[in-house]
Design a protein around this ligand. Structure first.
Ligand code: PGA
Length: 248
């Protein structure tokens, strides 16, 4: 049995005060079950969250990580720095990074490797745009994004990583992939990994992301190859986020 994982992605939202109160409200309302729970916060709030979550099951992650270890890379944050502030996870290749900030399959693979080298678990985000889905390119796109990481990091690297399938057309739009649409892609991702290493495929957590909320979480999370959620908008409200977690 794979452990489920419910992960919030706060994106560029909140303030020092609201980040702390959201974190506290999640911890207070949490009935810990078998599933893991984490929030990916803006870098500047990580130190506060590290202190607040120290004695709780709530894990903390970052929303990105540099593709280099250290040096003259103005504005970047290294995996070593994330580790220093208690980050267990780092998102890599979120579609907003790929779309607005020029992240490529290659740079995402490099970020993945940097995180892993420091013991920060990379959460590799992959997914197709609406145009790509309509052109029947979904599987080609997802395979290409996945293969770029496998080529650089090696298949064994996936034994300590998480994948998030996030159809771009479902992110922040209120439109969710149907349970079957999401399951179909999750299954294909697992099979592609399984063709290289079945044990890793059986073990890796593949999260769904894209307008997941309490009302649709149970159906999605009930699918055979969906092991959790990466939740944006609904993770900014403690009760919604907890309702999703408690529906696992
Ligand atoms: P959403 O975002 O839940 O607001 O659609 C998900 C994500 O971008 O990770």
């Amino acid at each position: 049995m794979r452990q489920s994982l419910i992960m919030g992605n706060w994106k560029m939202n909140g303030s020092a005060e609201s980040a702390k109160s959201l974190c506290n409200a999640i911890i207070e309302g949490l009935n810990t079950g078998d599933a893991g729970i984490a929030v990916c916060a803006p870098y500047v709030y990580l130190a506060d969250l590290q202190a607040l979550t120290a004695d709780s099951p709530l894990a903390v992650g970052a929303q990105n990580v540099a593709d280099q270890a250290s040096g003259a890379y103005t504005g970047e944050i290294s995996a070593t720095m994330l580790k220093e502030f208690g980050c267990e996870y780092a998102l890599v290749g979120h579609s907003e990074r790929r779309t607005y900030y020029g992240d490529t399959d290659e740079s995402v693979a490099a970020r993945f490797c940097q995180a892993q080298a420091e013991g920060v678990v990379p959460v590799l985000c992959i997914g197709e745009t609406l145009a790509e889905r309509e052109a029947n390119e979904t599987f080609n796109v997802v395979n290409r994004q996945l293969d770029a990481v496998i080529e650089k990091a090696g298949i064994e690297a996936l034994s300590n990583a998480v994948i998030a399938y996030e159809p771009v057309w479902a992110i922040g739009t209120g439109v969710t992939a149907s349970d079957d649409q999401a399951q179909e892609v999750h299954k294909a991702i697992r099979e592609r990994i399984g063709a290289k290493d079945q044990a890793i495929a059986d073990k890796i957590q593949i999260l769904y992301g894209g307008s997941m909320k309490p009302a649709n979480a149970k159906g999605l999370l009930g699918m055979a190859d969906i092991d959790g959620g990466l939740i944006g908008g609904a993770s900014l409200d403690a009760q919604s986020f907890l309702d999703i977690y408690h529906s696992v």
